[in-house]
Design a protein around this ligand. Sequence first.
Ligand SMILES: [Fe+2]
Ligand SMILES: [Fe+2]
Length: 141
Amino acid sequence: MDVKFEWIEEMSVNHNILDEQHKKLFEKLNELLRAIVDGNADNMVQELVDFFENYMNKHLAYEEEYLKDIGYPYLQEHHEQHEIFVKKYNELKESCDCSANNEDNHRIIFDIENFMGLWLTNHILVEDQKFAQYIQQRNQK
Ligand SMILES: [Fe+2]
Ligand SMILES: [Fe+2]
């Protein structure tokens, strides 16, 4: 399977650590999608789901903490965007029992990760870009 989701230069938020985290999220998401498509063992898929979820939560918290530190004026709006995502992700996740070994669950996991990829791409390109400009202006001072 080809790489499904990709970090591109236009996604840079002018902050190395955040850019690295975004790249890692795409990398792990692709790994997970590949594992599902290749029909890898459930425990491997589960491990990737857990890692991804953990990493995503850490990233969102790190990003918000950083935005707070630099006094980003639209932090609340940004936080709400993150919350919408977490809520939707949890709802989708609850609808599947990832431990059970059946085709349907794989389809649901696939849907979750697909949703993740689209959300991530859109969020980084649109919402994260809003604070990227703020960081850039700040760096120029
Ligand atoms: Fe982000
Ligand atoms: Fe964000």
